[in-house]
Structure formats: structure tokens, C-alpha cells
Design a protein. Structure first.
Length: 328
């Protein structure tokens, strides 16, 4: 603390900046023990789980929600990068810019389709449909990277498939629940593509830098659609969108990145997989979205498949987990 006593009065702005930087680093890095890091991971998973909840609370179109979320997330991530992150940013090459542009477009599509599902079918169905993404990841890895699909991964795909069948109330495309589930599954497919894209560049681009750039792309993509409607958004809806961008994106991702300094990657992946549990529980408490027994069984199959896959994944790395969190 002697640093602050030695700063001259005329350097007050620098003193405040130094204090803010030191305080955030103290909170997110020095104070991280295995116990507090695990708690931070669960808080981050809870915040990710609240994504659908804030999306339903905001009485705005999916385009407005996604634009606002990305804009607020840029501010939150920029604050974290400035005051709490000690990772040096990399100078981006042409291939990095192309990957970040592609991943930003995939992220925009993933978010828009997810919030459409929330508006059409509710938080529970949207969250469980999106949670099918590990099955798509397994299939895409086999198709794109020619990786051999193992027996446990085949079981994962089967469990998720059966779970989705049980989650679907009926197979009538005129039904809002079925339409919403299809949008959610499409969101899961885009998220799987996004995760694979992020993993390909996670070795070069730090997760916070990648997340910030991706959110800038999302905001720019949605701006032409959202701009004509911005004046119609109520103040309370801006509050929900702001919470969505700051806490469910910027803070949640920052907690994951900071926790990975002391937590094993597999542990982080398992906690990350509990996000649907938090989201569905909060939706049940707030919106009285009472799931049927069939939906509960389907959701249990999907969540068990995700947790088991995360726990026994042999290729899980901290950079991969951080990159996946950045995509959320």
C-alpha cells in the first residue's frame, strides 16, 4: 500500500487508476483460492444461466436484445481487460481477423436464434434445446477434423437425442413449443460451430481479447436492424439488457477466466455444464414455467450427458474452456 502514499497530489487521476487496477487484480487474482475460485465458477454459471431469464424480462425484439447485450458486454470486457487482466494482448494477423469476424457472425446468429426460442417457447425449452450443443460438437469434430468418434461420444449423442425427443411436448410445427425448440437446437448448432472456431484460435488470441472483438462484431452486425427501434425501448428493458450484457456476459466470462488460474479445466467444464440447471430453476421460480415429468426426464438426460462428457473429456484444456465461455 506504500505505493499510494508516495503518489503526489497532482497525480490523482493516475492514483485512482492505479488503485482501481490493483483492487480488481487483488479481487480476481490474488484472492483466488481453490474454494473461492469454485464459488466464482458457480456464480459465473448462474449468470450464464440467467441469460434466458433477462431475455424474457426484456420486452424487446431479439435484435435489440442481442445488440444491447453485445454493446454492454464490450464495455464490461474492456473494463476487465484494462483493470484486472494481466494477459498481454496479441497483435492480430489477417488470419486472426478472419476467424474473429467469422466467430462474431456465428455468435450473433447463436444469440438471435436463442432469444427467438426464449420469446416463442419460454426459458426452459430454449435452454434445454441449446444444451444439445455437445452432440453437435462431437458430430462436427468427426466431419470437419476427421477425428474418430469414441464409444462414450456416441452415447452422448444418443442421450442428447432422446432427451430432445422427451423435451418436445409434441411434433406439431404449428406449436410454439416445437418451433421454439427448433430455434434453440439451431442455436446449439451455431454454438458448436462457434466453439470449434474459438478453439482453433485460442492458442494465439487471449480469451478476453477474442470475446471483446466478437462482441464488437455482433454489435456492428445488429446495429442496422436495431437502430430504428432503439427509441422505442423502455428504460426498464434497458436495465434488463444492461444486466444481460454486463453480468451474463462480461462479468461471467471474467470470473471464468480468473478462476481458471487455480481450478482444473475439467472441474470448470463440469460447473459450466450446470448452467441449464440454474437457468431452468430461476425461470420456474420467476415465471411459473412448470416443466412436465417428460420434460424433466429429457432435461435430466441432456444435463447428465453434458456433465459426464465434460468430466471425462480427454482434450479439455483451460484455453478451450475459456474460449467456450467467451462464446456464451
Amino acid at each position: 500500500m506504500t505505493l499510494f502514499f508516495k503518489i503526489k497530489i497532482k497525480d490523482r487521476p493516475n492514483a485512482a487508476r492505479a488503485f482501481g487496477s490493483s483492487y480488481m487484480i487483488l479481487l480476481l487474482r490474488i484472492a483466488m483460492t481453490p474454494r473461492t475460485a469454485l464459488g466464482a465458477l458457480h456464480i459465473g454459471a448462474l449468470m450464464f444461466g440467467l441469460t434466458g431469464v433477462f431475455g424474457k424480462l426484456a420486452a424487446a425484439s431479439p435484435a435489440i436484445i442481442v445488440f444491447g447485450r453485445a454493446a454492454f458486454a464490450v464495455l464490461a470486457l474492456a473494463f476487465f481487460a484494462r483493470f484486472a487482466s494481466q494477459t498481454r494482448w496479441q497483435k492480430l494477423e489477417a488470419v486472426d481477423w478472419r476467424r474473429l469476424l467469422l466467430s462474431g457472425l456465428l455468435l450473433a446468429g447463436h444469440w438471435v436464434s436463442f432469444f427467438i426460442a426464449v420469446k416463442v417457447a419460454g426459458v426452459a425449452i430454449a435452454t434445454l434445446g441449446f444444451a444439445s450443443f455437445p452432440a453437435f460438437t462431437v458430430i462436427l469434430e468427426g466431419l470437419i477434423f476427421r477425428e474418430r468418434i469414441r464409444a462414450n461420444e456416441i452415447v452422448l449423442v444418443l442421450l442428447v437425442s432422446v432427451g430432445l425427443v422427451l423435451v418436445t411436448p409434441d411434433f406439431d410445427l404449428a406449436s410454439g413449443a416445437t418451433t421454439g425448440l427448433l430455434w434453440a437446437v439451431g442455436s446449439g448448432l451455431l454454438f458448436a460451430l462457434l466453439s470449434l472456431t474459438n478453439r482453433a484460435s485460442s492458442g494465439r488470441v487471449p480469451p478476453v481479447q477474442a470475446a471483446l472483438c466478437q462482441n464488437v462484431v455482433v454489435a456492428l452486425c445488429l446495429l442496422p436492424v436495431a437502430a430504428p427501434q432503439l427509441s422505442e425501448v423502455r428504460a426498464i428493458d434497458w436495465l434488463w439488457i444492461g444486466l444481460l450484457g454486463v453480468f451474463c456476459t462480461g462479468v461471467a466470462h471474467s470470473l471464468f477466466v480468473a478462476s481458471l488460474a487455480v481450478i482444473k479445466a475439467r472441474t470448470a467444464a463440469v460447473v459450466f455444464a450446470l448452467e441449464p440447471v440454474y437457468g431452468i430453476t430461476v425461470a420456474w421460480l420467476l415465471f411459473n414455467e412448470n416443466p412436465t415429468l417428460r420434460m424433466l426426464l429429457g432435461g435430466a438426460l441432456i444435463i447428465v450427458a453434458i456433465v459426464v462428457s465434460s468430466r471425462f473429456s480427454s482434450g479439455t484444456s483451460k484455453k478451450a474452456v475459456a474460449a467456450e465461455a467467451a462464446s456464451h
